[in-house]
Design a protein around this ligand. Structure first.
Ligand SMILES: *Cc1c(COP(=O)(O)O)cnc(C)c1O
Ligand code: SF4
Length: 348
């Protein structure tokens, strides 16, 4: 068992990881090569949860030598965001909604991140001019009813900047819904201050989707931060990535989804891993993912059931991956225990 240094600082350098017992000194030089390529940050809240470097928390954030093995099918932009960007910071794939990425900074850097070639600490804060251009694009596209603030992590913005963005979006008449995608509640719960919560105020429908992959991420501090969001009448949904060595067992997945429900967080998406460079050690085959979900059916409250989704490589959109219950001829369905049942003549 490793005792991370409780320095209160975010670990960003290989030498700090070694000093904290999270990396082996003999791997230092090779890990430097990884760290040069992909940003690293382990904030105190996450550090405190790591019991050993290869546990489900450590695996998510500690750089590994395997990240330099790039498989032929892995892509720098696995879901085709770049091709779908009409102006800087906007990604538009679906008719009724668009992403707005005001910055590319995150509270921590997931080793499996689908945007790992883009995110980083010195990164990608849209300038005021670029933000104005993005707002103008949104104003010119009245079919857009929903703006999804993502990045990077929008809750890494200062309350002042986030508040300005929320006001600008709330001034566009056809925007009905604003959604924030964030890892801050579990990764840096101390950021969820009254000032940041004030900045999220809007008269539009406001939803927060938090990213967490293991039950242990729901620390008392994280739960407190989530509760503070909910207290502002903002519904909180959960999204997770299915990850080898993190949540790929029936017990780990069940514990994660139950931790969400117990924090009043509705599991929304369980993502199939996107093939970003150097992430193969996290891959779980789709058949295994479907079996994991089937294992929960009927046994675990329906509130805990996420939609298992694949973002089709190349920017073709997200689709559910099952498991399927109806057979192809629609004559039978599988019951939760896996037994085929006839529909008894009921039209399907
Ligand atoms: C994932 C994604 C969305 C949001 O999709 P939902 O299914 O509504 O959660 C929107 N735009 C882009 C480009 C996306 O990748
Ligand atoms: S928080 Fe999201 S965007 Fe940031 S590194 Fe993790 S997966 Fe990538």
């Amino acid at each position: 068992m490793v005792n991370p240094l409780k320095t209160g600082a975010t670990l960003r350098h290989v030498r700090e990881l070694i000093a904290a017992g999270l990396a082996r000194p003999e791997e230092g030089p090779a890990l430097e090569a990884v760290a040069e390529r992909y940003a690293t940050a382990i904030p105190p809240a996450f550090q405190a949860l790591i019991e050993s470097p290869d546990d489900p928390i450590g695996r998510q954030v500690i750089p590994a030598l395997s990240e330099l093995d790039i498989a032929p099918h892995e892509q720098a932009d696995p879901i085709g965001d770049d091709a779908l960007s009409p102006v800087p910071g906007i990604v538009h794939r679906y008719a009724d909604r668009a992403l707005l990425k005001p910055l590319l900074i995150c509270p921590l850097y997931c080793r499996f991140c689908f945007r790992r070639e883009h995110v980083g600490p010195d990164g990608g804060l849209l300038t005021d001019d670029q933000l104005e251009t993005a707002y103008a694009w949104l104003r010119d596209n009245p079919a857009i009813r929903e703006v999804i603030l993502t990045g990077g992590d929008p809750l890494m913005l200062s309350p002042r900047r986030l508040g300005a963005i929320m006001r600008a979006l709330s001034d566009i008449a056809h925007i009905e819904t604003i959604r924030i995608h964030t890892r801050v509640p579990v990764a840096a719960p101390e950021r969820m201050t009254p000032a940041l919560l004030d900045a999220m105020e809007t008269d539009r429908a406001m939803w927060l989707v938090m990213h967490a992959n293991h039950a242990r991420e729901f620390s008392p501090e994280a739960r407190h931060a989530i509760r503070a969001v909910q207290a502002r009448a903002i519904p909180v949904l959960g999204q997770s990535v299915l990850l080898r060595g993190v949540n790929d067992t029936p017990d780990a997945l069940e514990a994660l989804l139950r931790a969400m429900v117990s924090a009043r967080v509705k599991p929304y998406y369980l993502h199939q891993l996107d093939p970003a460079p150097g992430t193969a050690s996290f891959h779980v085959p789709i058949a295994e993912g479907r079996a994991l979900l089937a294992n929960l059916r009927g046994r675990v409250t329906g509130l805990a059931w996420p939609t298992y989704v694949l973002d089709i490589p190349g920017g073709h959109g997200k689709v559910p991956l099952g498991p399927d219950y109806l057979d192809e001829t629609a004559a039978t369905v599988r019951d939760p225990a896996g037994t085929r049942r006839h529909l008894n003549g009921q039209p399907a």
